[in-house]
Design a binder for this molecule. Structure first.
Ligand code: HEM
Length: 199
């Protein structure tokens, strides 16, 4: 029989799942009701991009939040948060290959070659793949806990590349946003280094 702690985690995961789908449902609603503004493709790209980044940063914040608060159960939500980063990343890629390029490979490759922010975003997306692919219990067992943990560090690389991508595509006062995200990322990174140095 499931303990009450397990039941609470299950309920928490259900609530998280519903909440994490809110940006997707809103985006779908606005798309079908023609409410994405004068440049719908740009809006789609920007919204899916920012939610990819938000979930990634949230996933990276779980360990520090657990250590500060002592709430060890927080870790049980990390996998779902990470998979939502991948889900929004997939939508982000789709909005680019379908709406910007109508699936035309030559144009996609040319954009990756000619625009550095696209190249960096693409690399970040590629590095999300092994993280998503090894998120199951089966994959963790197959890799072994230690190797799996080392692989998880890729999430930091993805976040750094995501921050560079965001910085390169922003202009003027909008630059404050990527700078803000990069600052939070630096704090998370600093915390990790300090923790390692202390142990
Ligand atoms: C296949 C890879 C990717 C491609 C082709 C791509 C492409 C784009 C494009 C075309 C935009 C809109 C630029 C504009 O409106 O001027 C954008 C925005 C953005 N992307 Fe990506 N991207 C990729 C991967 C990623 C990844 C992995 C992340 C996060 C880690 C990310 C985060 C963002 C953010 C935060 C924005 C801006 C959102 C805003 O302005 O509010 N992108 N991306």
């Amino acid at each position: 029989m499931a303990s009450s702690a397990d039941r609470n985690i299950f309920l928490g995961k259900f609530v998280l799942f519903v909440l994490a789908l809110v940006p997707f449902v809103l985006l779908g609603w606005e798309t079908f009701n023609d409410q994405l503004g004068p440049n719908p493709v740009e809006t789609l790209q920007r919204r899916t991009g920012i939610w990819t980044f938000n979930f990634l940063m949230l996933a990276l914040s779980i360990s520090p939040l657990r250590d500060i608060s002592g709430l060890s159960w927080l870790v049980r939500f990390r996998r779902m948060i990470g998979l939502f980063a991948f889900f929004y990343g997939l939508l982000h890629l789709f909005s680019f290959v379908f709406f910007d390029h109508s699936l035309e490979l030559a144009g996609i490759l040319q954009d990756i070659r000619d625009r550095r922010f696209i190249a960096v975003g693409f690399l970040a997306w590629l590095l999300l793949l092994p993280l998503a692919a090894t998120s199951s219990n089966w994959a963790i067992k197959l890799l072994g806990g230690r190797r799996w943990q080392v692989l998880q560090r890729l999430a930091y690389v993805v976040a750094v590349l995501g921050a560079v991508h965001y910085f390169w595509l922003s202009k003027g006062t909008a630059l404050l946003w990527p700078i803000g995200y990069a600052t939070v990322l630096a704090v998370l990174f600093g915390w990790r280094i300090l923790k390692r140095a202390r142990s």
